[in-house]
Structures are given as structure tokens and as C-alpha cells.
Design a protein around this ligand. Structure first.
Ligand code: MN
Ligand code: MN
Length: 190
């Protein structure tokens, strides 16, 4: 079960109204390597992990990714909530607005809707943990692209925090892969 805490994992300070930037940051809300994909990926893969430690790690990180998804939705909303129609027209956010108004919706920066095909659950711990390590590197790279195109100091600060967490997750999945491989080898010796 989950317990919801009515606060964000890290404060989201947004200093400007910027629909164009919101339309780019939505990549991490509903894109292939975004936070929704990460959360669903880890929370789905955890059952077939061979050790309690690996199951717990996927549960912990999957839960944290949903908290990141909440933070990304908050950034997108804060960047657009005060935007006038004049400020929205002619920006990439206009296409989003036509369907969803100012509600964040899981699609990528190019408008393609989120899909479960962005992730897999292979039932094989080595394959899954290897996918997870790659997913963390891709999320880190996306954050670096987004930081480069951001000009809002509050948004940059939050994106830097989120980027750093993906680096930590990559390291922890690497440790889990070692533990799982040791466990699988041990079983072969009597
Ligand atoms: Mn994340
Ligand atoms: Mn992560």
C-alpha cells in the first residue's frame, strides 16, 4: 500500500510564465524516458526480482519516480497557469491547449501520447535491471537537454535535482544487478 504525503519531494519554484518551455518539459511527464514510464516500469518489474533487496529497491525507486512525475506536472502547470491566450497562441503549447486546456497530460514534447510500449517487464532480473540502468541514463540525458533550453532559474534548480536523482538510481540499479547476479551464481554451487 502507499501513504500519500501532501508535499512535493523537492520544492518546485517557477519564476516565469512560459508555455513554450512547458511544452518541452512535458517530455518528462509523458515521454519514453519520462517519470511516468520510470514509475510504471519499476513498480511492474518488482514481483519477479529474485531477492527481497531487489524487490524493495524497485518499490522504493518506482515510488520516488511517481513523486517526480508529480513534480514535473507541477512545473508544467505553474509555467502555464497564468498564461493568456495571446501568450499561448503561436507557441508549441497551443496544440496541447486545444485538447487539454491547461491540464498537464502524458504525451511527449512532440505530442505523441504516453504508451506502455515505452517499457518492458521481461520476467528476467538481469534483462530488467539492465533496462532500468539504461532508462536512468536516458532520463539523465533528457534532463540535461531540458536544463540547456530552460531560462527560468527556479525550473533549472528543480531539473538539476531531478537529474541528480537519476544518477543515484543508476548507481543503485548497478549495485542491485551485482547482488542479483551473485545470488543467481550461488544457486549453482552445492
Ligand atoms: Mn525520476
Ligand atoms: Mn530514476
Amino acid at each position: 500500500m502507499w501513504i500519500y504525503e501532501k508535499k512535493l519531494e523537492y520544492p518546485v519554484r517557477v519564476n516565469t510564465t512560459n508555455p513554450t518551455l512547458a511544452a518541452m518539459i512535458i517530455e518528462q511527464f509523458g515521454g519514453a524516458d519520462g517519470e511516468l514510464s520510470a514509475g510504471v516500469r519499476y513498480l511492474t518489474q518488482r514481483w519477479t526480482m529474485p531477492t527481497g533487496k531487489a524487490k524493495a529497491l524497485l518499490t522504493d525507486i518506482g515510488t520516488e519516480e511517481l513523486a517526480h512525475w508529480e513534480m514535473i506536472g507541477t512545473i508544467v502547470y505553474k509555467l502555464t497557469k497564468d498564461a493568456t491566450i495571446e501568450q499561448i497562441k503561436g507557441t508549441p503549447f497551443e496544440a496541447h491547449y486545444a485538447n487539454h486546456g491547461k491540464s498537464p497530460y502524458p504525451h511527449n514534447a512532440a505530442g505523441a501520447p504516453w504508451t506502455i510500449t515505452y517499457l518492458n517487464s521481461k520476467g528476467d532480473p538481469v534483462a530488467d535491471l539492465t533496462e532500468d540502468m539504461a532508462a536512468e541514463q536516458k532520463a539523465r540525458a533528457t534532463y540535461e537537454h531540458l536544463i540547456r533550453i530552460s531560462d527560468d532559474p527556479g525550473v533549472i534548480d528543480t531539473l538539476r535535482f531531478l537529474r541528480e536523482r537519476e544518477v543515484v538510481h543508476f548507481q543503485r540499479f548497478g549495485e542491485a544487478l551485482c547482488i542479483v547476479q551473485e545470488h543467481m551464481c550461488r544457486k549453482k554451487f552445492y
